[in-house]
Design a protein around this ligand. Structure first.
Ligand SMILES: *Cc1c(COP(=O)(O)O)cnc(C)c1O
Length: 479
């Protein structure tokens, strides 16, 4: 009996918790201090063998914390993309501000229930405040409501479900949805989850700057209406993942208004730049959207696991999600109530990481950091465009640009595609930076995206220099 009750006690004394916490804190701070020296692309030598060797049976007996943390920090964490390091210019960089980690520790250790307002009214109010500040920075009306999600994909899913419910009701199969050929693949996936099958998603052509062609959109809308279909939703992107293109949001908003479509703006990468008033003209029309995806785990430098949806017609979001049960407190309407606006009931507390971080830094420092990321991209793109053989296909509209390499020896599309791919790989192999490219039509483009809060001028100087050196090497030999 005694033995059993000892085993059943999963708690610790305050002194034990303090020691465990300090152990973790020491490891985390040394890891963060060493970030600039870790290979940006990760250490992938022998990764398959490592993963195979890691498979193990469920543990019957426990193990000391150190034996678990040692390999985590020395073996496993370094064998991953350096998403939170200064040299990570691949894909769309992530964040990982320290304040958010502290907030998560507090959320998880105190484990209060924020699904229903009544469970933790003041804590839910913090989340409501954070949502409302972002609403204000995006210049959405006060009647808009929002939701923190696990990411941009889930924001998209909720937006499509919301538009479908409001505009199609039960008549789902006739409904058609419009994206550009450069839109993020998470939209088609979200559409499928929300009951809009692939054969009801239309891909609209882009212009020479990779922006949605509104004339092509109008033509496709007319064709679908003539075929008896029911166009209900159009997406524009505020910064595409491939080339950073910002669609003509204002013109799409005009068409959406005229045609009675729900207009969603995918701002997962670029939406947060709207926080900076000087940059708002780059995103003209964004505040007119019916709904907007933001990814605070990209543009607000937060750790992964925080996306956001804003819906102009807040009541439409509530009507989609609102429900109750005999065992729950009655719904109330004065205060924001997460379960009434989103799919989760029991949930983590994403609001605290956003609230604590925004309050700690303040909007002014956020604007400075975002404006700096754009300036770094603009500067680096100008320098990289001067490198012999580099052709800048997409100069930065926000903080992402895309290019390819040509040369006397690189005189076919296939050779240029192979060389551009090799250029990204060789710079990454040097360790300081991680760069990736994207297949866009028949071209493979190299890309640089500046969005890590740790990326500063010195990292971009390294980027320009390493690209120049590797480009010169590539032009003298066929890859
Ligand atoms: C990252 C991204 C998404 C998907 O968001 P997740 O947070 O990865 O789910 C969608 N659209 C764009 C433009 C993105 O950059």
């Amino acid at each position: 009996m005694n033995d059993h009750s000892d085993r059943a006690n999963l708690d610790f004394t305050p002194a034990q918790m303090q020691a465990m916490g300090e152990n973790v804190l020491r490891r985390v701070t040394s890891h963060l201090a060493a970030l600039p020296d870790l290979p940006s692309g990760g250490d992938y030598a022998g990764i398959e063998e490592l993963c195979r060797a890691m498979r193990e049976a469920p543990p019957e007996a426990g193990a000391p914390l150190d034996t678990l943390l040692d390999p985590l920090f020395s073996e496993w964490i370094p064998r991953s993309f350096g998403t939170s390091g200064p040299g990570y210019l691949a894909y769309i960089p992530g964040g990982g501000v320290y304040t958010a980690a502290l907030a998560d520790f507090i959320s998880n250790a105190t484990n209060r229930y924020t699904g229903v307002w009544k469970g933790a009214p003041a804590l839910v109010q913090l989340e409501a405040n954070a949502l409302d500040w972002l609403r204000e920075w995006m210049q959405f009306p006060e009647t808009a409501r929002g939701l923190f999600t696990t990411g941009g994909s889930m924001a998209m899913f909720n937006a499509i479900a919301c538009a479908r419910e409001k505009l199609l009701g039960a008549d789902i199969r006739r409904g058609t949805l419009y994206v550009s050929s450069q839109a993020h693949h998470s939209i088609t996936k979200a559409a499928k989850l929300a009951g809009i099958a692939h054969d009801r998603v239309r891909e609209i052509d882009v212009d020479g700057d990779y922006r949605m062609r509104v004339d092509a959109l109008e033509r496709t809308l007319a064709d679908d209406r003539a075929a008896g279909l029911n166009p209900f939703m159009v997406f524009s992107t505020a910064g595409t993942t491939n080339t950073g293109a910002v669609d003509p949001i204002d013109a799409v908003a005009d068409i959406a208004a005229r045609e009675g479509l729900w207009h969603h703006v995918d701002g997962a990468y670029g939406g947060c730049f709207h926080m900076v008033p000087e940059l708002r003209p780059l995103l003209r029309g964004l505040p007119r959207a019916d709904s907007l995806t933001l990814d605070p785990h990209k543009g607000l430098f937060l750790p992964y696991g925080t996306g956001m949806l804003l819906v102009r017609d807040g009541e439409a979001l509530r009507l989609l999600h609102s429900s109750t049960a005999g065992y729950l407190p009655d719904n109330q309407t004065e205060f924001y109530d997460p379960a009434q606006y989103g799919p989760d009931l029991s949930r983590g507390f994403p609001g605290l990481r956003v609230w604590l971080t925004l309050k700690f830094y303040g909007a002014a420092r956020y604007r400075a950091a975002l404006a700096e990321k754009r300036e770094l991209a603009v500067w680096a793109a100008q320098e990289i465009a001067k490198i012999p053989g580099i052709v800048m296909d997409a100069p930065p509209q926000l903080s992402l640009f895309a290019f390819h390499i040509e040369g006397a020896q690189l005189d076919t599309l296939a050779a240029q595609n192979a060389a551009t791919r090799t250029l990204m790989e060789r710079v990454t192999a040097r360790g300081k930076l991680m760069l990736t490219g994207a297949q866009v039509g028949d071209r493979f483009l190299g890309r640089v995206c500046v969005l890590s809060f740790r990326t500063r001028r010195v990292d971009m100087e390294t980027c320009v220099q390493q690209l120049a050196e590797e480009a010169a090497a590539l032009q003298s030999t066929r890859p």
